[in-house]
Unconditional design. Structure first.
Length: 198
């Protein structure tokens, strides 16, 4: 079952464009805010794909079960992610419902996942930038829970998401499960991914 198959002259050359949100630079690499990057890195590793510079970001192309998938890590900084995403989406002629954005979500506890089509932008600057550039918020999202500062943690939310995962949170397991969810969404569709992971 495929959600995204398109036919006709304007058909996309891709089945799915997966965008991982994050910030470039070594100092951000392990941040909660960079979990989207971590997930697409894991997908590239699993499928032996290599990255190359394109669309103001890093692009990797691979096949999952015979579906053509592209992974994108915008390097524009979070607030300008839409520029990179729009350039890739228009190059590949991808409709918003064949675009999956993987991002951190502070309203979900660490490790909790939620796959959905459309929805609010929840004060997330990366999502806001993408919705603005695409002219619609109706793209697929995989929200990866990173939680909020715990009781007695005086950090504002912005500082918390720009800090690294704690060892007890097991970032590796969170990333692996989110990558599994992306693969399920690609091969079996949104509904199946929601039943399995939401």
């Amino acid at each position: 079952m495929r959600l995204f198959r398109r036919r006709g002259e304007a058909a996309s050359s891709l089945d799915l464009l997966v965008v991982g949100l994050g910030n470039p630079g070594r100092e951000y690499a392990g941040n909660r805010h960079n979990v989207g990057w971590m997930v697409v890195d894991e997908l590239a590793r699993r499928h032996g794909a290599s990255w190359r510079g394109k669309f103001s970001g890093q692009l990797a192309e691979l096949r999952i079960d015979d579906h053509r998938v592209a992974l994108l890590k915008p390097e524009t900084y979070m607030n300008e992610s839409g520029r990179s995403v729009q350039a890739a989406a228009s190059f590949f002629k991808v409709e918003p419902d064949a675009l999956l954005v993987v991002h951190d979500e502070s309203d979900l506890e660490p490790g909790r996942l939620q796959a959905r089509l459309g929805g609010g932008l929840a004060g997330h600057n990366g999502l806001r930038s993408i919705a603005k550039q695409l002219g619609t918020p109706d793209f697929l999202r995989l929200r990866v829970g990173v939680g909020r500062p715990g009781r007695g943690d005086p950090r504002p939310l912005a500082d918390y998401v720009l800090s690294n995962f704690e060892p007890a949170e097991d970032a590796e397991a969170i990333v692996a499960r989110a990558a599994d969810a992306v693969e399920t969404l690609d091969t079996e569709g949104l509904e199946r991914a929601q039943q399995k992971y939401n």
